[in-house]
Design a protein. Structure first.
Length: 97
């Protein structure tokens, strides 16, 4: 679980990132979760955008992706989700205490 200080730090780190996944009409599926998990292992911090035609609520989609990938939801802002998961092999981000 992330603290408020860690979330603020991660939001500032994610500011310049572009979304690398989109959740559309098909919603959240196992293939999307697997790809997000792989991307989190490589990058630790990613953005996912929710398209207008997505039937799921953006908060539900965020928590579904996060629980499937065993990641933390840093923020849901507008139609963008910021996810963080500590990498086991490519650790780059050092979180504040």
């Amino acid at each position: 679980m992330l603290t408020g200080k860690q979330k603020r730090f991660l939001r500032s780190e994610a500011h310049h990132l572009k979304p690398i996944f989109q959740v559309g009409k098909a919603g959240v599926n196992p293939n999307l979760i697997k790809q997000v998990n792989d991307a989190l292992e490589a990058r630790e911090l990613i953005k996912v955008s929710i398209l207008q035609n997505c039937a799921e609520d953006k908060d539900d989609a965020a928590h579904e992706i996060a629980s499937g990938a065993k990641a933390d939801v840093v923020q849901v802002i507008g139609n963008t989700i910021i996810l963080y998961k500590e990498s086991e092999e490519n650790k780059k981000i050092e979180l504040p205490d």
